[in-house]
Design a protein around this ligand. Structure first.
Ligand code: CP
Length: 324
């Protein structure tokens, strides 16, 4: 039986402008379009890519728990013909047993790429700075680019062109919110964010997103009133009120964020065809009610499925030329 080669599945000219994906701002608009296009092809004909990363190995370093990210990267690389090694780093955290640069300099001798979920964003930067192989950010305290790649791919499937689309993010100005603002601005999609006072996205990331939006015609706005933020929105997105590592503040946060719960009344204030989005895991009854997350407007499991396809596209483009 003939083995499908890379040449038949991805064109040589189809390359990303970056070696690694560390932050959303690394990706150009052309990169995003290529990733969406390849995600579509990988999703439609997965068998064509079954051997595309044959012989490639991936190290997966996780300082935090994961269902979606771990599963989709492991299943993704396996279904491309490669192999993943899971390295749990909850205890000790990265850099405690040995220097991060030594971890990078060891791994680059054995594997073709590193997927890393860390608390501190600088940890993925340090891995990348010291490794000759691609590093993929699988969530840090600042960004969650793989999640948001899948999210905008999902919106692209549902709405087509993303330019002019409006997404409202309601809740904590966290890593997912940051990634939505940056990728949205690049794509020409407006992102309106509603947070309680004191929980806004980081000012420097807001500034970057607004500068990018000025070039694409998108608007990146912040509000404290969720009704104002969702007005006319094509999608309403929320995330947990207490991110991993902030559990000590959960009691206070549950009180502060209560007016920001996504209910059917809040969804009714958005566009009539608005979709509900969540990166998951969801805390049902906290940031979103059961009836919203289980409603026909909800695309949360489409987002989760698309993690697989979008990350396969990303790995295909980043790992095909990686050498040990
Ligand atoms: N959305 C997301 O990253 O899920 P996990 O934490 O389960 O990987």
């Amino acid at each position: 039986m003939a083995v499908m080669t890379m040449a038949t599945t991805i064109k040589k000219m189809e390359t990303l402008s970056v070696r690694s994906l560390l932050a959303d701002s690394d990706l150009t608009l052309d990169d995003l379009k290529l990733l969406f296009d390849l995600s579509e092809r990988v999703k439609a004909t997965p068998g064509e890519y079954a051997h595309a990363l044959r012989g490639k190995q991936l190290a997966m370093i996780f300082e935090k728990p994961s269902l979606r990210t771990r599963t989709t990267f492991e299943v993704g690389i396996t279904s491309l013909g490669g192999f993943a090694v899971y390295l749990e780093h909850t205890k000790p955290r990265l850099g405690e047993r040995e220097a991060i640069k030594d971890i990078a300099r060891n791994l680059e001798r054995w594997v073709h790429g590193i997927v890393a979920r860390t608390f501190v964003h600088e940890s993925v930067l340090e891995l990348s700075a010291n490794a000759s192989i691609p590093v993929i950010n699988a969530l840090t305290d600042l960004y969650h680019p793989c999640q948001v790649l899948a999210d905008f791919f999902t919106l692209h499937e549902k709405f087509g062109d993303l330019k002019g689309l409006k997404l409202a993010f309601v809740g904590d100005g966290n890593n997912v919110c940051h990634s939505l603002m940056i990728q949205g601005a690049k794509l020409g999609a407006s992102v309106h964010v509603a947070t309680p006072p004191g929980y806004e996205p980081k000012p420097e990331i807001l500034e970057t997103a607004r500068a990018l939006a000025a070039e694409t015609g998108a608007s990146i706005e912040t509000f404290h009133d969720p009704i104002q933020a969702v007005a006319g929105a094509n999608a309403v997105y929320t995330d947990v009120w207490t991110s991993m590592g902030q559990e000590f503040a959960a009691h206070l946060r549950n009180q502060v964020f209560a007016p920001y719960r996504v209910t059917k009344e809040l969804m009714a204030a958005a566009d009539s065809g608005a979709l509900f989005m969540h990166c998951l895991p969801a805390h049902r009854g906290q940031e979103v009610t059961d009836e919203v997350v289980d409603s026909p407007q909800s695309v949360v499991y489409d987002q989760a499925e698309n993690r697989l396809h979008a990350q396969k596209a990303l790995m295909l483009l980043l790992l095909r030329d990686a050498h040990v």
